[in-house]
Design a protein around this ligand. Structure first.
Ligand code: TRP
Length: 446
């Protein structure tokens, strides 16, 4: 391929594009329920430490690989050495597995958005509504298919730039609304302050290895790392931009949104149902928020606005996930864009239906004691991403050597975290990930 790659314009272009792909359901839906489940403050602390060390180093490695080779993951790893191509393939498979179940949750968001528009807010705030909804035989299927078809349409039409622009305007509104809801809840609900304490103050007794596993999976997911996405982004990045500074901005933004989403949801859960409520898992956002809106004056409208924002945040991420998968199909099988997108759509609908039915007609069927959606989430976040991250560390740390990337990292400005980068990539990160994987597979008990 000799044609010149297009590149992001200006400094902010890269950060905004990367942040747009990073901020999504991971921040607003996944982070709060994990934080609630894994001990609140201690999860938050572990998460932040991991972001600044682990997340930083891995993201730096991926962006540098992308900018150095100027290619997307499979091509980039092949360019570093033919035998490393496998890392690119594993990375490329991850978005393909995330997209289907991501769209299932996108469908839940659509359902709630429309529910608030049609004045069903009160009903949605009742206990058991969410559970009854997802175990219904047909409605969740319909909303899931609507969500993923919208995504595919946008990918085919190539109008995602427009969507991105809309969501860039909406993102500040989403953040402002999240802060407003958090403040409202904390000020008006009895017991919410206790919830804030649970969320912010770490209780070291609650620390377990599982906290680290969950925090690391979430970190990869939320920052969209350990799946080759940042390699593609890096390949579009201009040489005169500092990778280090850009990463800091992305991390602050992404973690900030996740933190605020937690602050909006966790104190409210605490106020409504105490510690017992913390284990509600994936449904948390859909169970708690309607209840908060119900207590607010004008709650129905706030509900509409809120779910519209979340819908856009989810849509930009699902477009970016689908684009990645389509690009791989196009490159590997020499397909045209429309055919590739339709094929990805059919495959994703089939895989997504497994997750949808896992809550309804196939609810008796579990894999490793998990519902199907949880299983796909576990497969990608707790197994494949750590494997991809581990292999990336090994390739960078011991095959091509960190020096090769540090040169790239220094091009757009000083790279201050050289030591951290080397120590993480060559030592701490791979050892920790290996321990985590062994414990996930049950080989060792920690
Ligand atoms: N980071 C996204 C979120 O927080 C989800 C995601 C994971 C993603 N992998 C991705 C988005 C790849 C775009 C591309 O919701």
């Amino acid at each position: 391929m000799s044609e010149k790659r297009s590149s992001f314009t200006g400094k902010l272009g890269f950060v905004l594009a990367a942040a747009g792909s990073a901020v999504g359901l991971g921040n607003i839906w996944r982070f709060p329920y994990l934080a609630a489940q894994y001990g609140g403050g201690i999860f938050l602390l572990v998460y932040i430490i991991l972001t600044l060390t682990f997340g930083f180093s891995l993201m730096a490695a991926e962006i540098a690989i992308g900018r150095k080779t100027g290619q997307s993951p499979i091509g980039a790893f092949t360019a570093l050495g033919k035998k490393y191509a496998i890392v690119g393939y594993i990375g490329a498979a991850i978005p393909a597995l995330i997209l289907p179940y991501y769209s299932v949750i996108g469908g839940w968001v659509l359902k709630y958005m429309v529910g608030f528009v049609t004045g069903e807010g009160k009903a949605m705030a009742t206990d058991g509504y969410f559970g009854a909804y997802i175990s219904g035989p047909s409605e969740p299927v319909a909303w899931f298919i609507v969500f993923i078809t919208i995504t595919a349409f946008i990918v085919i039409l190539g109008v995602n730039k427009g969507i991105e622009k809309v969501s860039k305007v909406m993102m500040p509104v989403l953040i402002a609304l999240t802060i407003f809801i958090a403040v409202y809840t904390i000020c008006t609900m009895d017991g919410a302050i206790e919830g804030v304490k649970y969320y912010i103050l770490p209780d070291f007794k609650k620390f377990s290895f599982k906290t680290v596993v969950a925090a690391m999976g979430q970190l990869f997911y939320s920052l969209s790392i350990a799946m080759g996405i940042m390699i593609t982004f890096g390949s579009y990045m201009k040489k005169d931009i500092s990778i280090e500074k850009s990463i800091h901005q992305i991390e602050i933004f992404d973690t900030g949104v996740a933190f605020l989403a937690g602050l909006m949801i966790i104190p409210a859960v605490y106020a409504f149902s105490g510690l017992d409520g913390m284990n509600s898992g994936p449904g948390l956002m859909f169970i708690t928020l309607p209840k908060i809106f119900e207590t607010m004056p004008g709650g129905n409208i706030i509900g509409v606005v809120f779910f519209v924002m979340v819908f856009f945040a989810a849509l930009t991420s699902s477009i970016s996930l689908m684009e990645t998968v389509v690009a791989v199909f196009q490159d590997r099988f020499k397909m045209d864009r429309i055919k590739a997108t339709l094929l990805v759509l059919v495959i994703s609908v089939s895989l997504g239906l497994i997750s949808v039915f896992g809550y309804s007609i196939w609810s008796d069927f579990t894999l490793f004691k998990m519902q199907m959606l949880d299983f796909f989430d576990f497969l990608t976040n707790s197994l494949m991403m750590p494997i991809c991250a581990l292999l990336t560390c090994i390739v960078v740390g011991y095959c091509i050597k960190p020096k090769a990337l540090i040169e790239e990292l220094e091009i757009g400005g000083r790279f201050r975290s050289k030591l951290l980068f080397k120590v993480m990539i060559c030592g701490i990160a791979p050892v920790c990930i290996l321990l985590i994987l062994l414990s996930s597979f049950g080989v060792i008990k920690i």
